[in-house]
Design a protein around this ligand. Structure first.
Ligand code: FES
Length: 106
């Protein structure tokens, strides 16, 4: 199981348990758990609706690629802990990740 702690836009915290081997990114996973992420671009790193701040587990994440960095640069609320959930593939490597959602909801 992959464990991810998620704080939503209202400050509610939930521990998610996700079976390994699911071929989804973190944005798709959050939507599967019924988080109302708007995700207008469908996971292309263009809309930033899936913007989150990483509270724990940053070092286990793959490095952000150029398009993600360009999109995050357009967000006035981006910090050094910001990532786009659609650019994070679900895998055992990110077990223990803790994030706060700060992007746009539906
Ligand atoms: S879904 Fe649009 S940037 Fe992640």
């Amino acid at each position: 199981m992959i464990h991810i702690k998620v704080e939503d836009n209202k400050g509610e915290v939930q521990d998610l348990e996700i079976p390994e081997g699911i071929n989804l990114n973190l944005m798709e996973t959050l939507k599967a758990f019924e988080y109302p992420l708007r995700a207008t671009c469908g996971g292309m790193a263009l809309c930033s609706d899936c913007h989150c701040q990483v509270l724990e587990g940053w070092d286990n994440l793959p490095e952000a690629q150029e398009q993600e960095l360009i999109t995050l640069d357009t967000r006035p609320d981006a910090t050094g802990a910001s990532r786009l959930a659609c650019q994070i593939k679900l895998s055992e490597a990110i077990d223990g990740l803790s994030i706060r959602l700060i992007g746009e909801n539906e």
